[in-house]
Design a protein around this ligand. Structure first.
Ligand code: SF4
Ligand code: SF4
Length: 671
């Protein structure tokens, strides 16, 4: 027996492999493991067949993107780290699982391969590493059990199978250490070697102290069999439990197409003509990548926790959408109505919070958008949103006002137009809300006044401006959107537009991320960045907040902050860094919370108890602010309504940053 000898040369240090296991048992072992891996592969192939039923393509083709994403999101688990306990336990489980799997594979190679390298310093470090990560794995399991038993967060989901899986993983970790300790006991490992297998040594030195060698060998055999059976069961059941994401998660992370968050996939009209399909009416109409993404969900609930629709009691959970579609892919059935209700699809504000949170990069908004396109294509939309679409179609704006009124907001301001100032540097794209909505018109006025005050060479399109098509596209009317995009690009080309500034984050996003597909390439800025540059250059006031010393907070619009990463300019304009009265809300910057207007929701009727703006208003009021600044005409409207419907909201003024800056200019509150 190798280790019963006194070893002084570190190079001779090693351990027995299968020492207590009879040859026939080893054969059974290899057959069992091979069979369980066979079952695993067979089931994964069955899933692969399901994904292949989807539309071809949809995968990222650049291998450099695959590698970068794999390292950032799969190995470093960038998004998992956002939640303290969940991140810790996932890190422990993941690192333990990976290291133990690699370690076991290395041992098998050393045992069966042409070279036996499992000795010396390699062996000692191997033993220590396996013990440390084995402990990490067990602690990860225990933390996961604690979270399920005591925290019981509803979004996590609480299936009996989760307990079964955690029990299996914990048993694997514990039996692994028991096998190690018993082996060390009956092989009399010398103390200085045993200390490198720290956990096995501790068990041996405490619990096994009085056990004789023969008993230890018998116990080792039983423990080894139990461990082996658990390993086989684990492999065979991976595809039917949450652990499937260990395979599918990294695949989806790597393969998801690289695209700006604010860009929806354009519908190809020639495809529509060829197939007669608009959007997704059956599960097979999703792309293969989308079907793979359904299988990559690990049911962590992060998307649901971030969703404003779920938070306000609407019939939508992004997690449930993914899981229900996955169930449909496996079991079959009707997509619309039976699996996903229309109310669920219409409840989405397309704020992208779910997409931002998902650790395996599932594109919930693309899924919802594809299904909405089908509903609109079938005419299954009615009431105010249908009217908004019809008005965009007939009047080029969702408010149903004649386009000849486009310049009503500018009355008395002598705003330059593309006719009166054809050599403009900046086109001020006003947007439908700031053109027609009485409250939002003040934003257009304030912006134009500020630009005039500093002498910026700008012009507006006036009656030639049309809706960018953002609400049409988000509601699901892709034809209308593309029609508007082409018409607007033609107009902008005719007027040789190079630079665009707009107070609307939705127009900003559409120009920046969606119009390039239609040949519209512009240097586009949201008004916050232009105003911040002017403040930075000392051409506009950089005084504090409202200039009256009252507390102020800022609501970041989703399509400015989360979707396009613009968070600094608004704060520069508000004077956040210099104002001791500036107060951030808990959900701010890129992690902002929706106002409830996006995804066409502006045009839907809502019962007061389900208004996202009320929830957001409560958050703003809790900061103690007396002014809520924002930078989007839709947010401005929603938050004004929200404040009106919230206790304490009557004391909070809602202003666009341009209005704030203008009032500061007017009051001469310079520093
Ligand atoms: S986009 Fe926003 S509203 Fe829609 S499902 Fe995701 S988090 Fe919910
Ligand atoms: S969709 Fe993503 S965030 Fe939501 S439960 Fe699944 S893995 Fe978690």
């Amino acid at each position: 027996m190798i280790s019963s000898l006194v070893i002084t040369d570190v190079n001779s240090v090693t351990r027995e492999v299968f020492g207590n296991i009879a040859p026939w048992m080893r054969v059974v072992f290899f057959v069992m493991i091979a069979a369980s891996i066979g079952v695993l592969v067979w089931q994964v192939v069955a899933r692969l067949r399901l994904w292949r039923k989807g539309q071809p393509g949809g995968f990222e083709r650049d291998w450099r993107v695959w590698i970068r994403r794999f390292v950032v999101y799969a190995l470093a688990q960038k998004r998992v780290h956002r939640k303290a306990l969940g991140a810790l336990l996932h890190l422990l489980l993941f690192s333990g699982f990976v290291v133990l799997t690699i370690g076991t594979t290395l041992l098998a190679i050393a045992y069966d391969g042409p070279y036996y390298f499992h000795h010396g310093w390699y062996y000692l470090i191997y033993e220590l590493t396996m013990d440390v990560f084995g402990v990490a794995f067990i602690v990860g399991c225990l933390l996961a059990m604690y979270r399920r038993a005591f925290q019981r967060k509803p979004s996590l989901g609480h299936n009996k199978s989760d307990w079964w899986l955690l029990g299996l993983l914990l048993s694997l970790g514990i039996t692994g250490f028991v096998v190690e300790a018993l082996r060390m006991h009956y092989t009399h490992v010398q103390p200085w070697v045993a200390h490198w297998s720290i956990v096995g040594w501790l068990i041996d030195a405490t619990l096994l102290r009085d056990i004789d060698v023969v008993t230890a060998q018998t116990m080792h055999l039983w423990a080894w069999w139990l461990h082996t059976i658990l390993v086989a069961v684990f492999f065979a059941t991976i595809p039917v439990n949450r652990f499937l994401h260990v395979i599918t998660g990294p695949l989806n992370i790597a393969a998801r197409p690289e695209r700006p968050m604010g860009k929806l996939v354009p519908l190809k009209m020639e495809e529509v003509e060829r197939t007669g399909l608009i959007g997704v009416s059956e599960i097979e109409h999703f792309t293969r990548q989308q079907l793979l993404s359904l299988d990559s969900c690990m049911e962590c609930g992060r998307c649901e926790d971030a969703c404003p629709a779920t938070a306000t009691g609407k019939p939508l959970s992004p997690k449930a959408v993914v899981i229900d579609l996955r169930g449909l892919m496996s079991r079959g059935g009707e997509l619309h109505g039976q699996t996903i209700r229309a109310e669920t699809l219409w409840a989405c504000t397309m704020c992208q919070a779910c997409v931002q949170e998902c650790p395996v990069l599932i594109g919930h908004v693309d899924l919802i958008s594809d299904m909405r396109r089908h509903l609109v294509g079938q005419g299954k939309i009615s009431g105010p949103p249908a009217r908004a679409l019809q008005q965009i179609n007939s009047q080029s704006n969702p408010y149903g006002r004649p386009n000849s009124d486009r310049l009503a907001w500018a009355e008395g301001l002598d705003v330059p137009t593309v006719e009166s100032n054809p050599d403009f540097d900046y086109l001020l794209w006003v947007g439908c809300a700031a053109s027609f909505d009485p409250r939002a018109q003040k934003v257009a006025r304030a912006t134009a006044q500020l630009l005039k005050e500093v002498g910026l060479n700008f012009a507006v399109l006036g009656t030639e401006e049309r809706c960018t098509g953002d609400p049409a596209r988000r509601i699901g009317d892709e034809f209308l959107f593309q029609q508007l995009a082409q018409a607007n690009v033609e107009t902008l080309t005719r007027h040789k537009v190079k630079k665009i500034v707009t107070p609307c984050p939705h127009c900003y996003n559409t120009f920046k991320n969606e119009y390039p597909h239609f040949g519209g390439q512009y240097e586009v800025q949201h008004h916050s960045t232009v105003l911040a540059e002017l403040v930075g250059a000392g051409r506009l006031s950089n005084g504090k907040g409202t200039g009256n010393g009252e507390p102020i907070t800022l609501h970041d619009p989703c399509y400015l902050a989360r979707v396009n990463g613009e968070v600094d300019a608004t704060r520069t304009v508000v004077g956040a860094a210099r104002d001791t009265q500036f107060r951030e809300m808990p959900r701010c910057g890129k992690k902002t919370f929706c106002c409830g207007a996006g995804g066409g929701r502006m045009w839907f009727e809502e019962v007061p108890s389900q208004r996202v703006s009320v929830l957001r208003s409560q958050e703003a009021i809790a900061t103690g602010a007396r002014t809520l600044a924002t930078a989007c005409p839709f947010c401005l409207n929603m938050m004004t309504d929200g404040m009106a419907g919230t206790q304490g909201g009557e004391n909070v003024k809602v202003l666009d940053i341009a209005e704030l800056l203008l009032s500061r200019q007017a009051s001469g509150a310079r520093e």
